[in-house]
Design a protein around this ligand. Structure first.
Ligand code: SAM
Length: 182
């Protein structure tokens, strides 16, 4: 088990006009990210949205994966989806971790572009606290989320100029790199 709690942020994120928006939950993100989380020993996968309609949507998706039929059909997927927890804000995720761990977590954000107070992958092993690792949807996390975080993680770099990973791919690569640095 790692010291990582992962959050997929649906608000506040930006759209392509750099406006702060709320995005919708997608089935693919929930399934693929929960499987990566389970593979790399993440403690909880928070889906973060202030919209109760999105909470209901997520519950509908998850409810099927609690049935006997689902357990027979794909027990590995059932196991991964048990990690998913809906919270209405980043603050609620931080409070949940504090209750579980009896210590405050460090918040680390991710981005394809370099920001201030960069944490290198190689430095991650020095952290001895629980970590809330945040990923964006839409066009990425809004500026204030990065500003309020303790660190912004060094971006994954590709082989050239092009750097447009889906959030699902970014999660898998980041988790692999962080857990192999430990
Ligand atoms: N709608 C898009 C999709 O297809 O998934 C979401 C794109 S969103 C900007 C992707 C998120 O993945 C970013 O907010 C960031 O958390 C993470 N991400 C993407 N590229 C990354 C990179 N090169 N390094 C670190 N994180 C990255």
């Amino acid at each position: 088990m790692s010291n990582i709690y992962l959050g997929l942020v649906h608000y506040p994120v930006i759209n392509k006009f750099n406006e702060t928006v709320t995005t919708s939950i997608t089935n693919l993100d929930i399934h693929d990210i929960s499987r990566s989380c389970c593979t790399f020993g993440v403690k909880k996968f928070f889906v973060i949205s202030p919209l109760m309609t999105q909470k209901e949507l997520l519950s509908r998706i998850l409810d099927f994966w609690k049935t006997d039929l689902a357990i027979k059909f794909n027990p590995f997927r059932v196991e991964a989806l048990r990690l998913v927890k809906f919270v209405d804000s980043i603050r609620s995720a931080q409070e949940y971790i504090k209750k579980q761990e009896e210590i405050s977590s460090l918040t680390i954000t991710t981005s394809a572009t370099k920001q201030k107070s960069i944490l290198k992958f190689s430095e991650y092993g020095n952290i001895d606290k629980p970590v809330l690792l945040l990923f964006g949807t839409g066009n990425g996390l809004s500026r204030e989320v990065h500003e309020l975080a303790d660190f912004v993680l060094e971006p994954i770099t590709g082989s050239g100029e092009y750097n447009h990973l889906s959030v699902r791919s970014a999660v898998a690569i980041v988790l692999d790199r962080l857990t192999s640095e430990k």
